[in-house]
Design a protein around this ligand. Structure first.
Ligand code: ADP
Ligand code: MG
Length: 436
């Protein structure tokens, strides 16, 4: 059995049988293309792959670490996405050091006032590697397109046959530790100092890690000296990253520092339309507009919303119209406003099921109380940010495993029983409207 399959078997023990059968079982591990840095799994379609990437990739990466001591970046993707990328570029495998998301391209990046400066900077770097702004430092909030832009340049470089390394600080650090442990530092240095382009994401995580800052400093110097392009991203300006050596801080400003601001409504609409096109989801104009008003600043939410709409419409056999969208996204709106409390949920569930709120939190074990308690726990988990231990405490349960058991059970019921599923969704809609 290959390691990928072993890891999926480990995962199987942590999720429900139905979840496993429906989703995880469909994953295929690509042993040949996977490396110690990247584990590649294929999913049957793009929405499932996007959803699974979000839901399981970190967990799978962690399970790899449990099994093998390596913690690769996990990519759950479509088989032909990678094949296409490879065929198109016809590259030697050794050049293909990093897996870049092939849909992170300039043409898929919607430009507006908020991001045009960063866009123009990355675009010009992609046309003249190492010659214009080196390093190029992008900064901005979560989900505003930093990784997308950086990889768009990476995709161009790769298509020109350049060796591109894309890595997160965490990955760089893990790689460093592994080579130290195996006493193969020359290979580490060869890898990072001999590439044509180095892309490092979320550089703020270098903060207060002296050993790796030292190593990174030398990598930086070697690349810069050889005229190789470096692109970095962070959630803030280099000056504002605490715990960063002065010499690194100043070097980060040597080239160009470009920021990305949250998108305007028009840009959000363009991004949503573009994502629909890529994911082959058809939405009417009023739905697109509605989604644009629901998401606040984080563009990453858009893909989550599209997968959610798709999954719910399949699960409930309903078309995606505006009412449906509003229902499905009510909790999204809640998350953004975060004003729904556990007490409100309990109260609504109790009212709806004709029992007392205190009974839901009691130790009573009648059929109807068990039912109400399960539904309440499920909704608390879905609609608030509460953690399992918090819920265990709130519901007077032994510990978080009791909560996770309940949630698993209810997820099974939701998948199995159509009537139940609709009841829960109705209840959810009502609760959402309570806080409107
Ligand atoms: P960051 O790295 O800044 O946290 P990402 O680059 O990961 O953000 O972007 C999050 C998601 O939003 C990605 O799916 C990306 O493709 C998308 N995205 C962000 N900005 C844009 C944009 N201007 N046009 C199209 N997609 C965008
Ligand atoms: Mg990013």
């Amino acid at each position: 059995m290959n390691i990928g399959q072993e890891v999926l078997n480990l995962l199987k023990e942590e999720i429900t049988e139905i979840e496993y059968q429906r989703y995880i079982k469909q994953l295929i591990y690509d042993q040949k293309k996977s490396t110690s840095d990247f584990a590649i799994f294929y999913a049957p379609n793009i929405l499932i792959s996007n959803w699974m990437q979000r839901k399981y990739s970190e967990k799978i990466s962690y399970l790899f670490e449990v099994k093998s001591d390596l913690k690769p970046i996990v990519s759950i993707t479509l088989k032909n996405a990678i094949d296409k990328q490879k065929n198109k570029k016809n590259l030697e495998p050794k050049i293909q050091q990093s897996l870049l998301n092939p849909s992170n391209t300039f043409s898929n990046f919607m430009v507006g006032g908020s991001n045009q400066f960063a866009y123009a900077a990355v675009k010009s770097v992609s046309e003249k590697a190492g010659e214009v702004y080196n390093p190029l430092f992008l900064h901005g909030g979560v989900g505003l397109g930093k990784t997308h832009l950086m990889q768009a340049a990476g995709n161009i470089f790769q298509s020109q046959g350049k060796s591109v390394i894309y890595t997160t600080v965490e990955q760089f650090l893990n790689d460093f530790k592994r080579h130290v442990r195996n006493k193969t530092m020359e290979r580490f240095q060869e890898k990072y100092r001999k590439c044509d382009v180095l892309l490092i994401d979320d550089i703020q995580f270098l903060s207060n890690k002296e050993g790796i800052q030292e190593e990174f400093f030398h990598t930086f110097e070697a690349l810069k000296e050889a005229g190789k392009q470096i692109i970095l991203t962070a959630d803030k300006h280099p000056k504002k990253i605490d715990g960063l050596e002065k010499r690194l801080q100043s070097r980060f400003e040597w080239g160009l520092v470009a920021d990305i601001q949250p998108p305007e409504l028009e840009t959000k609409i363009a991004i949503i339309e573009n994502k629909c096109l890529i994911n082959k989801v058809k939405l009417s104009k009023d739905i697109v507009n509605y989604i644009a008003t629901v998401i606040e600043n984080n563009v990453r939410e858009i893909e989550g919303i599209l997968s959610k709409l798709h999954a719910y419409s399949q699960l409930m056999h309903l078309d995606i119209d505006l009412t449906f969208t509003k229902n499905v996204l009510k909790d999204q709106v809640q998350e953004n406003h975060a004003n729904l409390t556990l007490d409100i949920i309990i109260k609504s569930v109790a009212k709806e099921l004709n029992i007392k709120p205190s009974e839901i939190r009691s130790k009573g074990r009648s059929q109807s109380l068990l039912y109400a308690r399960r539904v309440a726990i499920h909704l608390c988990r879905e609609l608030t940010q509460s953690t399992m231990p918090q819920l265990a405490q709130y519901f007077g349960m032994k510990d978080h495993t009791a909560i996770s058991h309940t949630i698993r059970r209810i997820n099974e019921l939701i998948l199995d029983d159509e009537n139940f599923r609709i009841k829960v969704l109705e209840l959810q809609t009502k609760i959402n409207s309570v806080t409107k």
